[in-house]
Write a protein that binds this ligand. Structure first.
Ligand SMILES: [Zn+2]
Length: 275
C-alpha cells in the first residue's frame, strides 16, 4: 500500500510536469467525475499545483476545483508522452489528464472526487487528518495532543491512525519505532512526553529522508538490499545488534509489525522491573 512518502513522490513528479499547464483533455470512467466535467469542463483550466495531505493527493485546477484521489491498495499515477505505450492495461485507467505533450493517467484509483476548497475543509477524511508529517508547518504540539488522547492504544496503532498524524503507513511505522528504540506494543499511557516528541521527531526525519531519494530508505546504507532496518526482516539478524528480528500481525487489519526485541525493549524491562 502506498504510504505518505510514496504519494509525496508521485505528487512531486506530477507537480513538476503539470503545474502551470492548461488542461487539453480530461477523461474518466468514473461517472461522478464525468458529471462535473460535463457541467464545468476541465479543459481550459490551468493546473495550479499537485500536493499531498498525508496519503491523499490533491490536484488543484483554476476556478476553485480540486481533484482529490486516494490510492488505497493498488492505485497509481503514471506520466506519459501522448504517443507512448502505457505500462498498464487501458481497462485499468480511471482518470486521464492531458496537457500539451504530457498525459497523466491514474490507474485503479478507488477514491476520486472533485471538491471545492470549502468542501475540502468539511471533508470527512481530509478535514479530520492529523498534522501532516511531511507538511512544511508541522504542528508538533497538536500531534502530541492527539497521541496522548489515546492512552490505551499502542504506539504502533497510533502512528497508523491518520486522524492522529497523517502520512505513516505500515512499513514506516515499524521503521520509525526501531529508530526511536520504542517497543511497538507500548501503550501511549506508558510513554512520557519526551518519548512521544522523540518518536515524532524520528517520524518526520524518516519521512523526509524517504522522499529525498527515489525510493523509501530509513537506513543510511549505500547497499540497495539494506534500505530498511526491520520491516520484512522477521527471523533475520538485527542490523544493529544481531538479535533475531521478530514479526507479528496485529491490529484490526492484521497488519505486520516488525521489531528488534533487544533494541526496542518494553519500558518496564528497561526500568529493570518484571513484566
Ligand atoms: Zn537490535
Amino acid at each position: 500500500m502506498p504510504e505518505g512518502d510514496s504519494i509525496f513522490r508521485a505528487a512531486r513528479v506530477l507537480d513538476r510536469v503539470l503545474k502551470g499547464r492548461v488542461v487539453e483533455k480530461f477523461e474518466s470512467v468514473l461517472p461522478a467525475l464525468m458529471r462535473v466535467n460535463y457541467d464545468t469542463p476541465l479543459a481550459g483550466r490551468t493546473i495550479e499545483s499537485v500536493t499531498t495531505r498525508g496519503k491523499h493527493l490533491l490536484m488543484a485546477f483554476s476556478g476553485d476545483l480540486f481533484l482529490h484521489t486516494h490510492m488505497r491498495m493498488n492505485g497509481s499515477w503514471h506520466i506519459y508522452r501522448p504517443d507512448a505505450r502505457w505500462q498498464r492495461p487501458a481497462r485499468d485507467m480511471r482518470i486521464l489528464v492531458a496537457v500539451e505533450n504530457v498525459v497523466a493517467v491514474g490507474f485503479n484509483i478507488p477514491v476520486a472526487e472533485f471538491l471545492s476548497s470549502r468542501e475540502i475543509v468539511r471533508h470527512r477524511e481530509l478535514g479530520a487528518l492529523g498534522p501532516d508529517l511531511l507538511g512544511r508547518s508541522f504542528d508538533e504540539i497538536e500531534a502530541r495532543r492527539r497521541i496522548v488522547a489515546l492512552p490505551h492504544d499502542t504506539i504502533a496503532d497510533v502512528l497508523l491512525n491518520q486522524r492522529v498524524v497523517a502520512g505513516v503507513g505500515n512499513v514506516l511505522k515499524s521503521e520509525i519505532l526501531f529508530v526511536a528504540a520504542t517497543c511497538p506494543f507500548e501503550r501511549v499511557a506508558d510513554l512520557t512526553d519526551a518519548d512521544i516528541d522523540r518518536i515524532l521527531g524520528v517520524a518526520r526525519e524518516l519521512m523526509a529522508m524517504s522522499v529525498r531519494g527515489r525510493r523509501r530508505q530509513t537506513t543510511r546504507s549505500m547497499d540497495p538490499r539494506a534500505m530498511l532496518w526491520v520491516y520484512g526482516r522477521g527471523g533475520l539478524p538485527c542490523r544493529r545488534c544481531g538479535a533475531t528480528i521478530e514479526s507479528r500481525k496485529s491490529g484490526t487489519d492484521a497488519r505486520l509489525t516488525c521489531w528488534c526485541p533487544r533494541c526496542q525493549p518494553p519500558r518496564r524491562d528497561r526500568a529493570g522491573r518484571a513484566r
